[in-house]
Design a protein around this ligand. Structure first.
Ligand SMILES: Nc1nc2c(c(=O)[nH]1)N[C@H]1C(S)=C(S)[C@@H](COP(=O)(O)OP(=O)(O)OC[C@H]3O[C@@H](n4cnc5c(N)ncnc54)[C@H](O)[C@@H]3O)O[C@H]1N2
Ligand code: MOO
Ligand SMILES: [Mg+2]
Length: 424
């Protein structure tokens, strides 16, 4: 007889996974390859930004004192000594009654202390002179050296994600090489005699393997280095040997399928024969209740369910956060947010549900609706979902208008995971 498994809470399962060993290795990569990775060291400003006083406008660099008495009735006339574009420096140093024509971004010419935009000047004698009709003060329209950031300040911290804006910051401070977390190498095996590769035509009893390509993409999105080992038929000895060999080559191994209690679900017996310590094999959640995690030689084995929705959720709740933690990411968990349910969800369940959902912003904040059929074996609802709607287990279903928590699939992450438990 099949032994009933004892379910643990989702937060307890998350805790056990996050306590698994990991190593954060760093590697220095060129800036253009650093995007999407995690910074492995604090980055300090190597210079003031901007590095010199400069003009924010196309106009004239003047000595403010020269304009002191300027007015509409008595304009002040200044001689234009030269024209300087950004990237060049002035040759002349203006004396009383003199100025320099400069473009946006040009370093302030020596001796000048204010900028007057073209539109507020009148050009005379073919541009050889200008007329000013009001007074300017020292530093008017001047961008001051270091006003944005001073040399030595922290630009970005270890554990931050390197997105496009961070890349701009790194480039500004001359980080052509960036110390980043080395991506964790994670192997993937899809198990199931019924599996066809996506390019193969359908046959009776067979289905296309959607889990492997999905998990490989989830790994890329988590910043890991995926290693695809292929598909395995449900044969114990073969699977045992392949899993054992694969684990030698990676930092962690993900398998999909074969973790339940079926005659051909061999993962539990494989963990047993490998001598792996099983952290859990039943979680009080839907989908993915049979998600299993084990550890061998300090390496995690994630036994994700074969059912596509369960496989997806198991990755997002357990494998993804462990990988991001191993990268030193300060926010390894999915980002939670409050939302309002915009459709009824009448089916009660004793376990916490993670419904694949679509969240949208409107004038009242965020609304959430299921992205399709809420069943573990469903794959198509994953295609459009951008969040998991968390519905704590209980005796009642949920109604349109209920306040719920969602976990954003493409958010900024979170430093904590907390499972909503109340029966609302
Ligand atoms: N007697 C019981 N039966 C089942 C239980 C249970 O508690 N008692 N749990 C059910 C739940 S819940 C889930 S979830 C599944 C988990 O199944 P396994 O992890 O063992 O996965 P498989 O049996 O290999 O496959 C399940 C399902 O998923 C399809 N599949 C598998 N691999 C892929 C893939 N790579 N791409 C797409 N689809 C895949 C497979 O064809 C099956 O339909 O067990 C329930 N049973
Ligand atoms: O593990 Mo199953 O996905 O709970 O439905
Ligand atoms: Mg099974």
């Amino acid at each position: 007889m099949v032994q009933p498994r004892k379910p643990i809470s989702v937060s307890e399962a998350v805790n056990r996974v996050m306590q698994l060993p990991y190593h954060t290795y760093s590697e220095t990569v060129p800036l253009e390859q650093a995007g999407g990775r995690i910074l492995a060291a604090d980055v300090y400003a190597d210079a003031d930004v901007p590095p010199f006083d400069r003009s924010p406008l196309d106009g004239f660099a003047v000595r403010a004192a020269d304009t002191r008495n300027a007015s509409r009735d008595e304009p002040v006339k200044l001689r234009v000594l030269e024209t300087v574009g950004a990237g060049h420096t002035a040759v002349h140093k203006p004396g009383p009654g003199e100025c320099i024509r400069v473009m946006t971004g040009t370093m302030m010419p020596e001796g000048t202390d204010a900028i007057i935009m073209f539109e507020l000047t009148k050009e005379l004698e073919d541009g050889g002179y200008i007329e000013i009709t009001r007074a300017f003060h020292p530093q008017d329209n001047v961008v001051i050296q270091g006003e944005e950031m001073r040399r030595g300040s922290v630009v970005l911290e270890q554990g931050e994600r390197i997105h496009a804006g961070a890349v701009a910051g790194l480039a500004t401070f001359g980080c052509a090489q960036v110390e980043t977390a080395r991506p964790v190498k994670v192997g993937v095996y899809a198990t199931g005699t019924e599996l066809l590769e996506p390019g193969e035509p359908l046959e009776p009893g067979k289905i296309r393997n959607s889990n492997a390509p999905m998990v490989l993409q989830q790994l890329r999105e988590a910043g890991a280095e995926p290693v695809y080992f292929g598909q395995l038929p449900d044969e114990f000895e073969l699977c045992y040997k392949k899993v054992k060999d694969a684990l030698q080559q990676v930092d962690a191994l993900i398998t999909t399928g074969g973790v339940s209690v079926g005659d051909f679900d061999f993962l539990p017996a494989i963990y047993d024969k490998l001598g792996a310590e099983v952290l859990f094999n039943k979680i009080a959640m839907r989908p993915g209740s049979v998600t299993t995690a084990a550890v061998l030689d300090n390496k995690p084995l994630f036994g994700l369910s074969g059912n596509p929705s369960a496989c997806f959720v198991g990755f997002e709740l357990f494998a993804g956060p462990w990988i991001r933690q191993a990268h030193g990411d300060k926010q390894p968990y999915l980002q939670p947010a409050p939302a309002v349910l915009a459709s009824d969800f009448p089916k009660p369940n004793p376990f916490t549900r993670f419904v694949r959902g679509i969240v949208k912003f409107n004038e009242n904040g965020m609304t959430a609706v299921p992205a399709g059929l809420d069943k573990s074996q469903v794959v198509t609802s994953l295609a459009r979902s951008n969040a998991l709607i968390v519905l704590p287990g209980g005796t009642r279903g949920y109604q349109n208008g209920d306040a719920v928590d969602v976990l954003l699939l493409r958010g900024d992450g979170s430093d904590t995971f907390s499972e909503p438990v109340k029966d609302r």
